[in-house]
Design a binder for this molecule. Structure first.
Ligand SMILES: *Cc1c(COP(=O)(O)O)cnc(C)c1O
Length: 394
């Protein structure tokens, strides 16, 4: 894209995101700032949050926490959901409950947000980075199969890395920007190697793969309700699972591992205080009521981008086949790192927020010595993918 085309893009974004009454009033809309993704509170947010204040149940128990858990298990079509303080904690607890222990290894992608890798480190395990597919930007089943057949050995007590001797105790694929990765193939491979799968579905609430929702595939799955996600609770997270026993354990260890009793304090484990306050759950419930509207509006914006970029010969990333997309963050694939830098510089300078995809995890000091495969696709995408403004207009 040259400068002229980038300017056309900036004008298109301004046109999409400037409300009509402002466009009518202001001759010059050049100074407007357009964020990458902002939350929209157009429903019952105020009403529900006020209800919690009036009821005094603002903290970690309350009707909205229960309702949020019911809503999440029905969206993810799982038997259970457990509310948590954020998505990173949801990943950490999922890993612990899948059996990940100090000294183990966990397979994941290097092309992800830092929380995926950090949650693995919190358990004392090490991430091992597997390449992604170019179309989904998520963990590649082909690369996974290749890595395992080259490096892994199946033993009675699990799957082991022949090179390091460590147990490979989980696999965490991530649904990048709401695109579903090839989760059915990943599950099949991991089953063969006796490795539990945890979906990092933080970005994929509302997305589906072959008509099944994100969060319904893994032994456990983690969602985030941070302020930049498709729906927010201010801060928050959730685990979904079909295993009642695991769900009970998740609730227990995130509630200080206190055994139920009318007055005695007895804790049977080193638990966590990872509960989601009712105040935040109230916000989440109001947001979940609107998710279909958010997706509809975002899809409409995507279609406007699609016709623009088509005329420019620029590749707007489109949802992988066999899936439905929540349109969380939209992105373009530019021709080179130079093109990418020019695009980032000019859009951000002009108040149109754009961001490059994450730097690969093994570029960071904490993860630079982790084992990894070839990473050809991850490195290709790292240099070229840029997110563009994707907020819903409500
Ligand atoms: C947002 C996000 C998380 C973490 O969620 P928080 O609620 O911010 O802790 C984890 N993984 C991915 C891929 C995310 O985008």
């Amino acid at each position: 894209m040259d400068i002229r085309n980038i300017n056309d893009f900036i004008n298109l974004v301004r046109d999409i995101y400037t409300p009509k009454h402002i466009k009518d009033r202001e001759k010059n809309i050049d100074g407007m700032f357009i964020p990458l993704h902002e939350p929209k509170f157009a429903g019952n947010e105020e009403k529900y949050v006020l209800e919690t204040i009036k009821s005094t149940f603002v903290s970690s128990v309350g009707a909205f926490v229960d309702r949020f858990e019911d809503d999440m298990s029905s969206i993810a079509q799982t038997k259970r959901a457990v509310a948590l303080v954020n998505g990173t904690a949801a990943l950490q607890i999922s890993l612990i409950l899948a059996g990940v222990k100090n000294g183990d290894e966990v397979l994941t992608q290097a092309l992800t947000f830092i929380a995926t890798a950090n949650s693995i480190s919190y358990t004392g395990a090490k991430p091992v980075f597997i390449d992604v597919d170019k179309d989904t930007m998520g963990l590649s089943p082909l690369a996974l199969e290749e890595f395992l057949s080259e490096n892994a050995q199946l033993q009675e007590d699990g799957c082991f890395n022949k090179k390091t001797g460590a147990r490979i105790s989980a696999c965490v694929p991530m649904h990048t920007f709401g695109f579903m990765c090839k989760i059915d193939e990943i599950i099949k491979i991991c089953k063969k190697w006796n490795i539990p799968v945890i979906e990092d579905a933080a970005e994929a609430l509302g997305s589906k793969f072959k008509d099944k929702p994100s969060g319904s595939f893994g032994m456990l799955s983690a969602f985030s309700f941070n302020g930049n996600k498709i729906t927010t609770s201010g801060g928050g997270g959730a685990i979904t699972t079909n295993d009642e026993n695991i769900a009970d354990k998740a609730k227990h260890i995130t509630t200080t591992a206190k055994t139920p009793h009318k007055w005695e304090y007895y804790h049977d484990n080193v638990g966590f205080n990872y509960r989601l306050p009712n105040l935040n759950a109230a916000l989440a419930c109001a947001q979940l009521e609107q998710i279909e509207n958010f997706i509809k509006s975002k899809k409409n914006i995507y279609n406007q981008y699609a016709s623009f970029f088509k005329s420019q010969g620029v590749h707007l990333m489109k949802k992988p086949k066999n899936s439905e997309w929540n349109y969380w963050l939209m992105s373009v694939l530019l021709d080179s790192k130079n093109d990418r830098n020019l695009f980032l510089k000019n859009t951000n300078k002009n108040g149109v927020m754009t961001r490059p995809i994450w730097q690969l995890m093994y570029r960071l000091p904490m993860y630079k010595n982790c084992q990894k495969d070839r990473q050809a696709n991850a490195e290709f995408l790292e240099e070229r993918i840029v997110n563009i403004p994707s907020s819903a207009i409500i």
